[in-house]
Design a protein around this ligand. Sequence first.
Ligand code: FAD
Ligand code: MLT
Ligand code: ZN
Length: 599
Amino acid sequence: MKMDRWRASARRILKLSSRPDRAPRSAPDRGNPARYGSLHCSGRSCRGTQFYFGHQQPLSVHLREREFASGASFIQSRWFGSMATKIQRNPKFATINSDDIRYFTDLLGDKNVIQDEDALLAANMDWMRKYKGSSKLLLLPRSTEEVSQILKYCNSRCLAVVPQGGNTGLVGGSVPVFDEVIVNLGSMNKVLSFDEVSGILVSEAGCILESLVNFLDSKGFIMPLDLGAKGSCQIGGNVSTNAGGLRLLRYGSLHANVLGLEAVLANGDVLDMLGTLRKDNTGYDLKHLFIGSEGSLGIVTKVSILTPPKLSSVNVAFLACTDYLSCQKLLLEARRKLGEVLSAFEFLDEQAMDLALNHLEGVRNPLPALHKFYVLIETTGSDERSDREKLEAFLVHSMEEGLISDGVVAQDIQQASSVWNIREGIPEALMKAGAVYKYDLSIPVEKIYDIVEEMRNKLGHSARVVGYGHLGDGNLHLNISCPQYDDAVLAQIEPFVYEWTSKHRGSISAEHGLGLMKADKIFYSKSPAAVQLMASVKNLLDPNHILNPYKQLQELIEHNLMVKSNAIVGKWSSSPCRYQSEHWLSSLGDVIQHLISAI
Ligand code: FAD
Ligand code: MLT
Ligand code: ZN
């Protein structure tokens, strides 16, 4: 079995194209569920539980246009799909004029200054088709120097800027809110160096994650990060969102793996922090400010990242559990029994499975029946025999303990791919099912499924509540799927979901970021003191607030307003292009009221 190749080839159900307006995915043909044999149980009783192998039909990998690409009708669009997002354009920002266009054309050349309406459509719209800006200008720099000149100019003109990578973000952070200039890093896509001894990769920020995966594969290494959007998302976008994904359980977050980066500040200064050292305790480690700052502090132009060697033995099991408690116990067992070879522990509930089966081409249930919960476990190690034995021992024990009610273990790459396809295809299945309210929560594992059940009780039949996610990381993706967007449904979800999460000391954004969707929700997860410090950092690095405006804390700091101890306090530094509008402040009042009630 050539397990070393399966990740790089057919595993993905969703290969988004590198163009934001297309989202082709590779998918297996739909076939009937078929049973092909049972796992060898080492002569021990399996309590009647059988393990079925997936169907051995080849995956037909084909690219297709996103069905909801421009012009198609079945996806319900809704701009600003979150309650408190009532924003007006900040009049302090300049609007693009012909001198600006001339400047950018001289700097970048005609073909890298995009004004064509059709071309701008995709860059203005997010992946979920929930957020839509009206930018008239998309810039495609090819070097750090060009990024620097762009920002220096925009800062001097007070032109707002949205840094953009693959535009796969799920919180409306990657698209303009109004007419901000879009700076897309896609043309900065070179691998700069790779050290085969240390496994340290240095690349430009616009490299597509999947290209890096393929590059590393040829060198016998892997990226420490893997996610369903890898065919489109860029490493700079991954770093800027501190994307988590499917391997965090094993390799940790990007805070652990990014060794250095280069970023351009709002005033055009280039900050070279592109170290390649594992250890460097000289002063503050400033790169961490840029990991997860969602384009609000600077544009990441280069990244240095530690990559693990590719291991030869990969096993994938897809297991059924009768209740959430069993999933939880299974996680504990997996940690104990699989230890260092455990590389993924994902879960989905019956609603998520139903969506995948009904909305994804070629996806089928590898088990003969439907179940309440499913767990996908992956092991990655270097000794095929011993890894397999470990997995078998774990499965047998879990069956004996009654934690698993059924399951399959993939016997080849295709089977492993089709199992992963189910899990990774859920976001797309949700999009196809209609409107979706998406929440990304970190919650103590024992509480994770309570919010799903509470939400179901609250919403009754008006919506379908779906739970899946990175259980091994305590990360639930709570999604509420409806035929169309409905304010009455939203009013039942928010602020309840945020209050509940905050009450349980969780995070309202585990891995997707705040973006525009949760720009005003930060106080549910961070203390006023921490938020104040963040605002000070923002003011220091981007005093004119030109970078990704209206998102994160921007509205509050822009108006010299912060919330502390139920009162609005604080004054922040003034900037040359600061201008305050009474009118804008009054709409901001709603947001502030909301924040005050939250703390
Ligand atoms: P974009 O969407 O273009 O931008 C995201 C944010 O980063 C924006 O605020 C933008 O301004 C900023 N930004 C982008 N590039 C730069 C740069 N060079 N410098 C400064 N700021 C920049 N996320 C997870 O964490 N885990 C998952 O498992 C996961 N799975 C996904 C599956 C699907 C199908 C989809 C559609 C999305 C998924 N995501 C996931 C969300 C998304 O893919 C990640 O957030 C990804 O890291 C975004 O990268 P991007 O290049 O598309 O960035
Ligand atoms: C995932 O884990 O599939 C992604 O984070 C996307 C999502 O939350 O839908
Ligand atoms: Zn996720």
